[in-house]
Design a protein around this ligand. Sequence first.
Ligand code: CA
Length: 228
Amino acid sequence: MAKRVLIVEDEAAIREMVRFALTRAGFEVDEAADAAEAQTRVFERLPDLVLLDWMLPDISGIDLARRFKRDEATRELPIIMLTARGEEDDKIRGLEVGADDYVTKPFSPRELVARIRAVLRRITSPEHEVLEVNGLHLDQASHRITSHGKPVDLGPTEFRLLQFLMSHPERVYSRNQLIDRVWGGTAYIEERTVDVHVRRLRKALEPYQHDKFIQTVRGAGYRFSPQI
Ligand code: CA
């Protein structure tokens, strides 16, 4: 399921840029222009992560982060602070109140997406770290893949591709959707590159007959399914 990110920022242009980049990278995005609106949004629907600007018109981002960390319902909510360039004290204070990371303005959409993914990966609970389908194991923490206990050797792109497909079984993804979700929205990748990596992935899984899990859906894209 798509992760939901709440961006709390009073500058509409930055909100728009972030929404565009995150949507392209496969996130769902909520917006709030100040701390009061942020609290309402979080109360309505708890996001998976909050991007929190330091400078807000009502109360500061740091005070809002502190409130979130004090409240039982939002204590575990991951927070990435957006800080102004060179404000070292801000970064340290942000981390002190429990923010998980910070991104310095101006930031690139690619960097932001990478930071968000890294924080979300870090907070993933251990029981979700191993994906298993019919003897095929993918350990998201150690990046090890085994089939019935035997190691499967994959390149980094094939690993991410398999990780994405195994996390979203029984759904068809077009080549363009896979580019967004596996390579990231800002990467320029041609559709046939996806086919190349799918071919490599199938080849690596073939000795274990797991290649048939990666299914071509004619005219639509690819699907991961243990059912033939
Ligand atoms: Ca601001």
